[in-house]
Design a protein around this ligand. Sequence first.
Ligand code: GDP
Ligand code: MG
Length: 536
Amino acid sequence: FPVENIRNFSIIAHVDHGKSTLADRLLELTGTIDKTKNNKQVLDKLQVERERGITVKAQTASLFYNCEGKQYLLNLIDTPGHVDFSYEVSRSLSACQGVLLVVDANEGIQAQTVANFFLAFEAQLSVIPVINKIDLKNADPERVVKQIEKVFDIPSDECIKISAKLGTNVESVLQAVIERIPPYAGQVGYLIAGMKDVTEAQIGDTLYLHKQPVEPLPGFKSAKPMVFAGMYPVDQSEYNNLKSAIDKLTLNDSSVTVHRDSSLALGAGWRLGFLGLLHMEVFNQRLEQEYNASVILTTPTVPYKAVLSSAKLIKEYREKEITIINPAQFPDKSKVTEYLEPVVLGTIITPVEFTGKIMMLCQARRAVQKNMVFIDQNRVMLKYLLPLNEIVVDFYDSLKSLSSGYASFDYEDAGYQTAELVKMDILLNGNIVEELVTIVHKDKAQTVGKAICERLKDSLPRQLFEIAIQAAIGSKIIARETVKAYRKNVLAKCYGGDITRKMKLLKRQAEGKKKLRKIGNIEVPKDAFIKVLKTQ
Ligand code: GDP
Ligand code: MG
Protein backbone atom coordinates (compact mmCIF):
# COMPACT_ATOMS: atom_id res chain seq x y z
CA PHE A 1 0.00 0.00 0.00
CA PRO A 2 1.40 3.43 -0.91
CA VAL A 3 2.13 5.34 2.27
CA GLU A 4 0.12 8.39 1.18
CA ASN A 5 -3.00 6.22 1.20
CA ILE A 6 -2.59 4.99 4.77
CA ARG A 7 -4.21 6.66 7.81
CA ASN A 8 -3.64 5.47 11.38
CA PHE A 9 -6.11 6.87 13.91
CA SER A 10 -7.70 6.31 17.30
CA ILE A 11 -11.11 7.08 18.68
CA ILE A 12 -10.95 8.72 22.10
CA ALA A 13 -13.74 9.96 24.37
CA HIS A 14 -15.27 9.98 27.80
CA VAL A 15 -16.87 6.67 28.70
CA ASP A 16 -20.26 6.08 27.00
CA HIS A 17 -19.94 8.95 24.56
CA GLY A 18 -20.11 6.49 21.68
CA LYS A 19 -16.63 5.40 20.57
CA SER A 20 -17.51 1.76 20.08
CA THR A 21 -20.79 2.59 18.33
CA LEU A 22 -18.98 4.96 15.96
CA ALA A 23 -16.44 2.19 15.30
CA ASP A 24 -19.34 -0.15 14.37
CA ARG A 25 -20.64 2.39 11.82
CA LEU A 26 -17.17 2.94 10.34
CA LEU A 27 -16.72 -0.83 9.99
CA GLU A 28 -20.10 -1.08 8.26
CA LEU A 29 -19.60 1.89 5.95
CA THR A 30 -16.36 0.46 4.67
CA GLY A 31 -17.88 -3.00 4.24
CA THR A 32 -15.58 -4.51 6.89
CA ILE A 33 -18.58 -6.03 8.65
CA ASP A 34 -22.02 -6.90 7.34
CA LYS A 35 -24.48 -4.03 7.59
CA THR A 36 -27.57 -6.21 7.71
CA LYS A 37 -26.57 -7.64 11.08
CA ASN A 38 -27.54 -5.78 14.20
CA ASN A 39 -23.99 -4.78 15.10
CA LYS A 40 -23.40 -3.50 18.61
CA GLN A 41 -19.94 -2.66 19.93
CA VAL A 42 -18.41 -5.43 17.85
CA LEU A 43 -14.89 -4.53 18.97
CA ASP A 44 -15.77 -5.17 22.63
CA LYS A 45 -15.01 -8.88 22.67
CA LEU A 46 -14.48 -9.69 26.33
CA GLN A 47 -17.52 -10.78 28.33
CA VAL A 48 -16.73 -8.19 30.98
CA GLU A 49 -16.72 -5.51 28.27
CA ARG A 50 -20.09 -6.58 26.96
CA GLU A 51 -21.64 -6.77 30.41
CA ARG A 52 -20.31 -3.51 31.71
CA GLY A 53 -20.61 -1.84 28.33
CA ILE A 54 -17.05 -0.57 28.58
CA THR A 55 -13.93 -1.14 26.54
CA VAL A 56 -11.01 -2.53 28.53
CA LYS A 57 -8.47 -3.54 25.91
CA ALA A 58 -7.67 -1.37 22.96
CA GLN A 59 -8.77 -3.11 19.76
CA THR A 60 -7.66 -2.59 16.22
CA ALA A 61 -9.32 -2.97 12.88
CA SER A 62 -8.19 -2.25 9.33
CA LEU A 63 -10.68 -0.70 6.94
CA PHE A 64 -10.50 -0.17 3.20
CA TYR A 65 -12.19 2.95 1.94
CA ASN A 66 -12.66 4.11 -1.61
CA CYS A 67 -12.67 7.83 -2.10
CA GLU A 68 -12.46 9.70 -5.42
CA GLY A 69 -11.11 6.67 -7.21
CA LYS A 70 -8.37 6.00 -4.67
CA GLN A 71 -8.32 3.19 -2.19
CA TYR A 72 -7.27 4.05 1.35
CA LEU A 73 -6.21 1.81 4.20
CA LEU A 74 -7.54 3.10 7.52
CA ASN A 75 -6.12 1.50 10.66
CA LEU A 76 -8.51 2.19 13.51
CA ILE A 77 -7.80 1.70 17.21
CA ASP A 78 -10.76 1.71 19.57
CA THR A 79 -9.58 2.71 23.04
CA PRO A 80 -10.92 2.38 26.59
CA GLY A 81 -12.25 5.63 28.04
CA HIS A 82 -11.76 4.97 31.73
CA VAL A 83 -8.80 6.53 33.54
CA ASP A 84 -7.53 3.16 34.80
CA PHE A 85 -6.85 2.15 31.24
CA SER A 86 -5.28 5.39 30.08
CA TYR A 87 -1.99 3.56 29.52
CA GLU A 88 -3.82 1.68 26.76
CA VAL A 89 -4.86 5.04 25.32
CA SER A 90 -1.38 6.55 25.35
CA ARG A 91 0.10 3.45 23.73
CA SER A 92 -2.55 3.49 21.04
CA LEU A 93 -1.92 7.16 20.38
CA SER A 94 1.76 6.70 19.72
CA ALA A 95 0.85 4.42 16.82
CA CYS A 96 -1.35 7.13 15.26
CA GLN A 97 -1.19 10.47 13.51
CA GLY A 98 -4.69 11.55 14.45
CA VAL A 99 -7.70 11.03 16.66
CA LEU A 100 -11.46 11.31 16.54
CA LEU A 101 -12.39 13.05 19.79
CA VAL A 102 -16.00 11.99 20.40
CA VAL A 103 -18.17 14.17 22.66
CA ASP A 104 -21.76 13.46 23.64
CA ALA A 105 -24.04 16.26 22.37
CA ASN A 106 -26.09 16.12 25.54
CA GLU A 107 -23.43 15.67 28.24
CA GLY A 108 -20.79 17.85 26.64
CA ILE A 109 -17.12 17.80 27.64
CA GLN A 110 -16.45 15.51 30.60
CA ALA A 111 -13.38 14.83 32.72
CA GLN A 112 -12.04 12.03 30.52
CA THR A 113 -12.64 14.09 27.38
CA VAL A 114 -10.17 16.60 28.81
CA ALA A 115 -7.64 13.96 29.89
CA ASN A 116 -7.77 12.14 26.55
CA PHE A 117 -7.56 15.35 24.54
CA PHE A 118 -4.35 16.33 26.32
CA LEU A 119 -2.81 12.90 25.68
CA ALA A 120 -3.47 13.42 21.96
CA PHE A 121 -2.34 17.04 22.08
CA GLU A 122 0.95 16.16 23.77
CA ALA A 123 1.53 13.46 21.14
CA GLN A 124 1.03 16.24 18.53
CA LEU A 125 -1.78 14.44 16.75
CA SER A 126 -4.47 15.95 14.52
CA VAL A 127 -7.65 16.14 16.54
CA ILE A 128 -11.02 15.82 14.79
CA PRO A 129 -13.84 16.75 17.18
CA VAL A 130 -16.94 14.63 16.61
CA ILE A 131 -20.13 15.64 18.38
CA ASN A 132 -22.19 12.48 18.73
CA LYS A 133 -25.79 11.62 19.67
CA ILE A 134 -27.32 14.62 17.91
CA ASP A 135 -30.49 12.51 17.65
CA LEU A 136 -31.10 12.77 21.40
CA LYS A 137 -33.99 14.99 22.46
CA ASN A 138 -31.84 17.04 24.82
CA ALA A 139 -28.88 17.25 22.47
CA ASP A 140 -27.35 20.71 22.32
CA PRO A 141 -24.53 20.44 19.77
CA GLU A 142 -24.01 24.22 19.60
CA ARG A 143 -23.26 24.39 23.32
CA VAL A 144 -20.72 21.57 22.91
CA VAL A 145 -19.12 23.33 19.93
CA LYS A 146 -18.56 26.37 22.15
CA GLN A 147 -17.13 24.24 24.98
CA ILE A 148 -14.68 22.64 22.56
CA GLU A 149 -13.63 26.07 21.33
CA LYS A 150 -13.16 27.35 24.87
CA VAL A 151 -11.42 24.39 26.49
CA PHE A 152 -9.37 23.01 23.58
CA ASP A 153 -9.05 26.09 21.38
CA ILE A 154 -10.37 24.23 18.33
CA PRO A 155 -12.30 26.43 15.83
CA SER A 156 -16.04 25.70 15.78
CA ASP A 157 -16.14 24.89 12.05
CA GLU A 158 -13.91 21.85 12.63
CA CYS A 159 -16.58 20.02 14.66
CA ILE A 160 -18.51 17.25 12.87
CA LYS A 161 -22.02 16.59 14.20
CA ILE A 162 -23.23 13.00 13.92
CA SER A 163 -25.43 10.28 15.31
CA ALA A 164 -23.37 7.11 15.51
CA LYS A 165 -26.44 5.18 16.48
CA LEU A 166 -28.48 6.17 13.42
CA GLY A 167 -25.49 6.56 11.12
CA THR A 168 -26.26 10.23 10.45
CA ASN A 169 -23.35 12.10 8.83
CA VAL A 170 -20.85 9.35 9.66
CA GLU A 171 -19.52 9.40 6.09
CA SER A 172 -18.12 12.89 6.69
CA VAL A 173 -16.07 11.48 9.55
CA LEU A 174 -14.31 9.19 7.07
CA GLN A 175 -13.79 12.14 4.73
CA ALA A 176 -12.20 14.12 7.56
CA VAL A 177 -9.91 11.23 8.46
CA ILE A 178 -8.55 11.27 4.92
CA GLU A 179 -8.35 15.05 4.58
CA ARG A 180 -7.18 16.12 8.02
CA ILE A 181 -4.99 13.28 9.30
CA PRO A 182 -1.54 13.10 7.72
CA PRO A 183 -0.37 9.81 6.13
CA TYR A 184 3.03 9.56 7.87
CA ALA A 185 4.26 5.39 7.53
CA GLY A 186 3.56 2.01 9.06
CA GLN A 187 1.50 -1.11 8.99
CA VAL A 188 -0.12 -3.40 11.45
CA GLY A 189 1.30 -6.87 11.46
CA TYR A 190 2.45 -9.71 13.62
CA LEU A 191 5.65 -11.53 14.37
CA ILE A 192 6.35 -15.00 15.66
CA ALA A 193 9.34 -15.04 17.99
CA GLY A 194 11.06 -17.80 19.91
CA MET A 195 10.43 -16.29 23.33
CA LYS A 196 9.72 -18.51 26.31
CA ASP A 197 7.95 -15.91 28.36
CA VAL A 198 5.68 -13.06 27.23
CA THR A 199 7.30 -10.72 29.74
CA GLU A 200 10.40 -10.83 27.51
CA ALA A 201 8.45 -8.83 24.92
CA GLN A 202 7.69 -5.41 26.30
CA ILE A 203 5.22 -3.21 24.49
CA GLY A 204 7.15 -0.43 22.83
CA ASP A 205 10.25 -2.52 22.11
CA THR A 206 12.21 -1.75 18.96
CA LEU A 207 12.98 -4.67 16.66
CA TYR A 208 15.85 -4.71 14.20
CA LEU A 209 17.54 -7.11 11.82
CA HIS A 210 20.22 -9.37 13.22
CA LYS A 211 23.65 -7.70 13.05
CA GLN A 212 22.07 -4.42 11.94
CA PRO A 213 21.27 -2.68 15.22
CA VAL A 214 19.43 0.64 15.11
CA GLU A 215 18.94 3.40 17.64
CA PRO A 216 15.95 2.12 19.70
CA LEU A 217 12.78 4.22 19.92
CA PRO A 218 12.06 5.74 23.35
CA GLY A 219 9.40 3.09 24.11
CA PHE A 220 6.91 3.36 26.96
CA LYS A 221 7.08 3.87 30.65
CA SER A 222 5.74 0.66 32.12
CA ALA A 223 2.33 1.00 33.71
CA LYS A 224 2.64 1.62 37.43
CA PRO A 225 0.25 -0.16 39.79
CA MET A 226 -1.41 2.29 42.17
CA VAL A 227 -3.81 0.07 44.08
CA PHE A 228 -2.82 -3.09 45.96
CA ALA A 229 -5.05 -5.74 47.45
CA GLY A 230 -4.74 -9.23 48.86
CA MET A 231 -6.28 -12.06 46.84
CA TYR A 232 -7.03 -15.46 48.37
CA PRO A 233 -8.88 -18.55 47.19
CA VAL A 234 -12.19 -18.96 49.05
CA ASP A 235 -11.12 -22.54 49.60
CA GLN A 236 -7.39 -23.31 50.05
CA SER A 237 -7.75 -26.49 47.98
CA GLU A 238 -8.38 -24.16 45.03
CA TYR A 239 -4.97 -22.51 45.43
CA ASN A 240 -3.31 -24.16 42.43
CA ASN A 241 -6.24 -23.57 40.11
CA LEU A 242 -6.37 -19.93 41.11
CA LYS A 243 -2.64 -19.59 40.65
CA SER A 244 -2.81 -20.87 37.09
CA ALA A 245 -5.80 -18.61 36.36
CA ILE A 246 -3.92 -15.56 37.65
CA ASP A 247 -0.86 -16.55 35.61
CA LYS A 248 -2.92 -16.84 32.42
CA LEU A 249 -4.73 -13.58 32.98
CA THR A 250 -1.56 -11.63 33.75
CA LEU A 251 -0.08 -12.89 30.48
CA ASN A 252 -2.85 -10.95 28.81
CA ASP A 253 -2.58 -7.98 31.16
CA SER A 254 1.00 -7.37 32.15
CA SER A 255 0.11 -4.24 34.12
CA VAL A 256 -1.01 -6.40 37.05
CA THR A 257 1.81 -7.16 39.51
CA VAL A 258 1.78 -10.34 41.57
CA HIS A 259 3.58 -11.07 44.85
CA ARG A 260 3.05 -14.15 46.99
CA ASP A 261 1.48 -13.37 50.35
CA SER A 262 -0.15 -15.24 53.17
CA SER A 263 -2.55 -14.49 55.96
CA LEU A 264 -3.16 -16.48 59.14
CA ALA A 265 -6.90 -16.25 58.59
CA LEU A 266 -7.14 -16.52 54.82
CA GLY A 267 -4.25 -18.86 54.07
CA ALA A 268 -1.86 -18.67 51.12
CA GLY A 269 -2.57 -16.04 48.52
CA TRP A 270 -1.13 -13.04 46.68
CA ARG A 271 -0.72 -9.32 46.93
CA LEU A 272 -1.78 -7.92 43.56
CA GLY A 273 -1.12 -4.46 42.19
CA PHE A 274 -3.61 -2.77 39.85
CA LEU A 275 -3.74 0.51 37.94
CA GLY A 276 -6.92 1.54 39.73
CA LEU A 277 -10.10 0.29 41.31
CA LEU A 278 -11.99 -0.42 38.11
CA HIS A 279 -8.97 -2.32 36.83
CA MET A 280 -9.08 -4.41 40.02
CA GLU A 281 -12.80 -5.12 39.63
CA VAL A 282 -12.41 -6.02 35.99
CA PHE A 283 -9.52 -8.39 36.77
CA ASN A 284 -11.59 -10.02 39.50
CA GLN A 285 -14.59 -10.36 37.24
CA ARG A 286 -12.49 -11.88 34.45
CA LEU A 287 -11.06 -14.44 36.90
CA GLU A 288 -14.58 -15.42 37.87
CA GLN A 289 -16.06 -15.45 34.39
CA GLU A 290 -13.24 -16.71 32.23
CA TYR A 291 -11.58 -19.05 34.76
CA ASN A 292 -14.45 -19.92 37.08
CA ALA A 293 -12.43 -18.89 40.12
CA SER A 294 -13.93 -17.70 43.38
CA VAL A 295 -11.75 -15.37 45.37
CA ILE A 296 -11.59 -13.13 48.41
CA LEU A 297 -10.29 -9.68 47.63
CA THR A 298 -9.21 -7.50 50.55
CA THR A 299 -9.70 -3.74 50.91
CA PRO A 300 -7.27 -2.00 48.56
CA THR A 301 -4.35 0.11 49.77
CA VAL A 302 -2.03 2.50 47.93
CA PRO A 303 1.78 2.27 47.75
CA TYR A 304 3.12 4.40 50.60
CA LYS A 305 6.79 5.25 51.00
CA ALA A 306 9.03 5.66 54.02
CA VAL A 307 12.37 7.49 54.02
CA LEU A 308 14.76 5.59 56.27
CA SER A 309 16.60 7.51 58.97
CA SER A 310 20.00 5.83 59.32
CA ALA A 311 22.79 4.48 57.17
CA LYS A 312 22.45 1.17 58.98
CA LEU A 313 18.81 0.85 58.02
CA ILE A 314 19.51 1.87 54.44
CA LYS A 315 22.06 -0.91 54.28
CA GLU A 316 19.62 -3.36 55.83
CA TYR A 317 16.81 -2.52 53.38
CA ARG A 318 19.25 -1.85 50.52
CA GLU A 319 17.24 1.30 49.74
CA LYS A 320 16.90 4.83 51.07
CA GLU A 321 13.21 4.98 50.43
CA ILE A 322 11.10 1.88 50.82
CA THR A 323 7.72 1.30 49.21
CA ILE A 324 5.09 -0.29 51.42
CA ILE A 325 2.42 -2.27 49.63
CA ASN A 326 1.46 -4.35 52.64
CA PRO A 327 0.45 -2.65 55.94
CA ALA A 328 2.12 -5.46 57.90
CA GLN A 329 5.49 -4.22 56.60
CA PHE A 330 5.03 -0.61 57.73
CA PRO A 331 8.31 0.48 59.36
CA ASP A 332 8.15 2.01 62.82
CA LYS A 333 8.42 5.79 63.19
CA SER A 334 11.77 5.41 64.99
CA LYS A 335 13.28 4.11 61.73
CA VAL A 336 11.89 6.81 59.49
CA THR A 337 12.52 10.51 58.79
CA GLU A 338 9.27 10.88 56.88
CA TYR A 339 6.41 8.96 55.32
CA LEU A 340 5.13 9.77 51.84
CA GLU A 341 1.80 9.08 50.16
CA PRO A 342 0.89 9.07 46.45
CA VAL A 343 -1.13 12.03 45.20
CA VAL A 344 -3.06 12.64 42.00
CA LEU A 345 -4.21 15.67 40.07
CA GLY A 346 -7.95 15.25 39.75
CA THR A 347 -10.24 16.92 37.20
CA ILE A 348 -13.92 17.27 38.04
CA ILE A 349 -16.48 18.65 35.60
CA THR A 350 -19.89 19.44 37.06
CA PRO A 351 -23.02 21.50 36.62
CA VAL A 352 -22.55 24.65 38.74
CA GLU A 353 -25.27 23.82 41.27
CA PHE A 354 -23.26 20.95 42.77
CA THR A 355 -20.03 22.93 43.20
CA GLY A 356 -20.54 23.64 46.91
CA LYS A 357 -21.22 20.03 47.84
CA ILE A 358 -18.28 18.83 45.75
CA MET A 359 -15.93 21.30 47.41
CA MET A 360 -17.02 19.97 50.80
CA LEU A 361 -16.43 16.40 49.71
CA CYS A 362 -12.95 17.29 48.45
CA GLN A 363 -12.11 19.10 51.65
CA ALA A 364 -13.14 16.08 53.69
CA ARG A 365 -10.75 14.04 51.52
CA ARG A 366 -7.78 16.31 52.33
CA ALA A 367 -7.76 17.76 48.82
CA VAL A 368 -6.16 21.05 47.81
CA GLN A 369 -7.91 23.08 45.12
CA LYS A 370 -5.64 24.10 42.24
CA ASN A 371 -7.96 25.65 39.72
CA MET A 372 -11.56 26.43 38.83
CA VAL A 373 -12.86 27.53 35.41
CA PHE A 374 -16.28 27.86 33.84
CA ILE A 375 -16.38 25.84 30.63
CA ASP A 376 -19.76 27.35 29.76
CA GLN A 377 -22.49 29.26 31.57
CA ASN A 378 -23.50 26.39 33.81
CA ARG A 379 -20.59 24.00 33.92
CA VAL A 380 -17.43 24.22 36.02
CA MET A 381 -14.11 22.44 35.75
CA LEU A 382 -12.33 22.00 39.09
CA LYS A 383 -8.76 20.80 39.59
CA TYR A 384 -7.65 19.29 42.87
CA LEU A 385 -4.53 17.71 44.28
CA LEU A 386 -5.84 14.62 46.09
CA PRO A 387 -4.21 11.91 48.17
CA LEU A 388 -4.74 8.69 46.23
CA ASN A 389 -5.84 6.71 49.28
CA GLU A 390 -8.73 9.14 49.76
CA ILE A 391 -10.17 8.31 46.36
CA VAL A 392 -9.48 4.62 45.78
CA VAL A 393 -12.46 3.22 47.60
CA ASP A 394 -15.56 5.37 47.34
CA PHE A 395 -14.73 8.88 46.13
CA TYR A 396 -16.19 8.33 42.69
CA ASP A 397 -19.43 6.90 44.07
CA SER A 398 -19.80 9.80 46.53
CA LEU A 399 -19.16 12.31 43.77
CA LYS A 400 -21.73 10.66 41.53
CA SER A 401 -24.38 10.45 44.23
CA LEU A 402 -24.06 14.02 45.45
CA SER A 403 -24.25 15.33 41.88
CA SER A 404 -27.16 13.08 40.84
CA GLY A 405 -24.74 11.39 38.45
CA TYR A 406 -23.79 14.59 36.59
CA ALA A 407 -20.24 15.19 37.78
CA SER A 408 -17.39 13.38 36.07
CA PHE A 409 -13.94 12.67 37.43
CA ASP A 410 -10.55 11.76 36.07
CA TYR A 411 -7.07 11.90 37.52
CA GLU A 412 -3.42 11.64 36.66
CA ASP A 413 -0.42 10.66 38.72
CA ALA A 414 1.13 13.63 40.58
CA GLY A 415 3.93 11.97 42.53
CA TYR A 416 4.26 11.78 46.30
CA GLN A 417 3.77 14.16 49.23
CA THR A 418 4.80 14.07 52.88
CA ALA A 419 2.05 12.58 55.02
CA GLU A 420 1.59 11.99 58.71
CA LEU A 421 0.83 8.31 58.50
CA VAL A 422 0.29 5.98 61.41
CA LYS A 423 -0.07 2.26 61.77
CA MET A 424 -3.33 1.27 63.39
CA ASP A 425 -3.77 -2.04 65.16
CA ILE A 426 -7.05 -3.79 65.83
CA LEU A 427 -7.14 -5.70 69.12
CA LEU A 428 -9.43 -8.42 70.43
CA ASN A 429 -9.22 -8.51 74.23
CA GLY A 430 -5.78 -6.97 73.98
CA ASN A 431 -4.39 -9.25 71.24
CA ILE A 432 -3.39 -7.76 67.89
CA VAL A 433 -5.21 -9.15 64.85
CA GLU A 434 -2.45 -9.19 62.26
CA GLU A 435 -4.63 -9.27 59.19
CA LEU A 436 -6.41 -6.07 60.21
CA VAL A 437 -3.36 -3.82 60.55
CA THR A 438 -4.10 -0.63 58.59
CA ILE A 439 -2.06 2.38 57.52
CA VAL A 440 -4.02 5.60 57.92
CA HIS A 441 -3.49 9.32 57.92
CA LYS A 442 -3.33 10.62 61.50
CA ASP A 443 -6.41 12.81 61.01
CA LYS A 444 -8.46 9.89 59.70
CA ALA A 445 -7.38 7.27 62.25
CA GLN A 446 -10.36 7.66 64.54
CA THR A 447 -13.02 7.51 61.81
CA VAL A 448 -11.41 4.53 60.11
CA GLY A 449 -10.75 2.75 63.42
CA LYS A 450 -14.34 3.19 64.52
CA ALA A 451 -15.66 1.86 61.23
CA ILE A 452 -13.48 -1.28 61.40
CA CYS A 453 -14.48 -1.94 65.04
CA GLU A 454 -18.14 -1.61 64.13
CA ARG A 455 -17.84 -3.94 61.17
CA LEU A 456 -16.00 -6.47 63.27
CA LYS A 457 -18.63 -6.25 66.01
CA ASP A 458 -21.35 -7.01 63.48
CA SER A 459 -19.55 -10.05 62.12
CA LEU A 460 -18.11 -11.65 65.29
CA PRO A 461 -20.36 -14.29 66.85
CA ARG A 462 -20.94 -13.95 70.60
CA GLN A 463 -18.82 -16.20 72.73
CA LEU A 464 -18.78 -17.42 76.33
CA PHE A 465 -17.13 -14.22 77.51
CA GLU A 466 -17.22 -10.54 76.67
CA ILE A 467 -14.96 -9.37 73.81
CA ALA A 468 -13.42 -5.92 73.66
CA ILE A 469 -12.73 -4.79 70.09
CA GLN A 470 -10.28 -1.90 70.05
CA ALA A 471 -8.46 0.23 67.51
CA ALA A 472 -5.10 1.46 68.75
CA ILE A 473 -2.17 3.54 67.62
CA GLY A 474 0.77 2.26 69.61
CA SER A 475 -0.58 2.06 73.15
CA LYS A 476 -3.28 4.67 72.60
CA ILE A 477 -6.81 3.30 72.17
CA ILE A 478 -8.81 5.40 69.70
CA ALA A 479 -12.02 3.37 69.24
CA ARG A 480 -13.81 0.56 71.06
CA GLU A 481 -16.77 -1.75 70.63
CA THR A 482 -17.94 -4.61 72.85
CA VAL A 483 -19.44 -7.98 71.98
CA LYS A 484 -21.48 -9.27 74.92
CA ALA A 485 -21.04 -12.77 76.30
CA TYR A 486 -23.38 -15.52 75.20
CA ARG A 487 -23.55 -19.19 75.96
CA LYS A 488 -24.11 -21.34 72.93
CA ASN A 489 -25.36 -24.66 74.16
CA VAL A 490 -25.46 -27.14 71.31
CA LEU A 491 -27.02 -29.78 73.49
CA ALA A 492 -30.02 -27.68 74.44
CA LYS A 493 -32.00 -29.03 71.50
CA CYS A 494 -31.54 -32.66 72.58
CA TYR A 495 -34.27 -33.83 74.85
CA GLY A 496 -33.76 -37.05 76.75
CA GLY A 497 -30.80 -39.28 76.42
CA ASP A 498 -30.14 -39.95 72.74
CA ILE A 499 -26.39 -40.20 73.25
CA THR A 500 -25.43 -40.85 69.60
CA ARG A 501 -27.22 -37.69 68.55
CA LYS A 502 -25.39 -35.73 71.27
CA MET A 503 -22.07 -37.11 70.08
CA LYS A 504 -22.84 -36.15 66.50
CA LEU A 505 -23.63 -32.59 67.48
CA LEU A 506 -20.47 -32.26 69.52
CA LYS A 507 -18.41 -33.64 66.63
CA ARG A 508 -19.99 -31.22 64.20
CA GLN A 509 -19.22 -28.32 66.50
CA ALA A 510 -15.60 -29.46 66.73
CA GLU A 511 -15.34 -29.58 62.94
CA GLY A 512 -16.81 -26.12 62.65
CA LYS A 513 -14.02 -24.84 64.87
CA LYS A 514 -11.38 -25.88 62.35
CA LYS A 515 -12.53 -23.04 60.12
CA LEU A 516 -11.95 -20.62 62.96
CA ARG A 517 -8.84 -18.79 63.87
CA LYS A 518 -7.99 -18.34 67.53
CA ILE A 519 -6.84 -14.92 68.64
CA GLY A 520 -6.03 -15.17 72.31
CA ASN A 521 -8.91 -17.35 73.46
CA ILE A 522 -11.33 -15.79 71.00
CA GLU A 523 -12.58 -17.81 68.08
CA VAL A 524 -12.88 -15.75 64.91
CA PRO A 525 -14.61 -17.43 61.97
CA LYS A 526 -13.07 -16.92 58.53
CA ASP A 527 -16.30 -15.25 57.51
CA ALA A 528 -15.80 -12.44 59.99
CA PHE A 529 -12.44 -11.61 58.45
CA ILE A 530 -13.88 -11.71 55.00
CA LYS A 531 -16.62 -9.27 56.01
CA VAL A 532 -14.14 -6.84 57.51
CA LEU A 533 -11.42 -7.17 54.88
CA LYS A 534 -13.52 -7.24 51.77
CA THR A 535 -14.02 -4.23 49.57
CA GLN A 536 -17.15 -2.50 50.74
P1 GDP B 1 -18.11 4.08 24.44
O1 GDP B 1 -18.07 3.79 25.92
O2 GDP B 1 -17.58 5.44 24.15
O3 GDP B 1 -17.48 3.02 23.60
O4 GDP B 1 -19.67 4.16 24.07
P2 GDP B 1 -20.58 3.10 23.36
O5 GDP B 1 -20.36 3.08 21.90
O6 GDP B 1 -20.49 1.81 24.11
O7 GDP B 1 -22.01 3.80 23.57
C1 GDP B 1 -22.54 4.06 24.84
C2 GDP B 1 -24.06 4.14 24.75
O8 GDP B 1 -24.48 5.25 23.97
C3 GDP B 1 -24.68 2.90 24.10
O9 GDP B 1 -25.87 2.60 24.79
C4 GDP B 1 -24.98 3.37 22.69
O10 GDP B 1 -26.06 2.69 22.11
C5 GDP B 1 -25.32 4.82 22.90
N1 GDP B 1 -25.05 5.65 21.71
C6 GDP B 1 -23.91 5.68 20.99
N2 GDP B 1 -24.04 6.55 19.96
C7 GDP B 1 -25.28 7.07 20.02
C8 GDP B 1 -26.02 8.03 19.24
O11 GDP B 1 -25.56 8.57 18.26
N3 GDP B 1 -27.28 8.32 19.66
C9 GDP B 1 -27.84 7.74 20.74
N4 GDP B 1 -29.09 8.08 21.06
N5 GDP B 1 -27.19 6.84 21.49
C10 GDP B 1 -25.92 6.50 21.15
MG1 MG C 1 -16.39 1.35 24.10
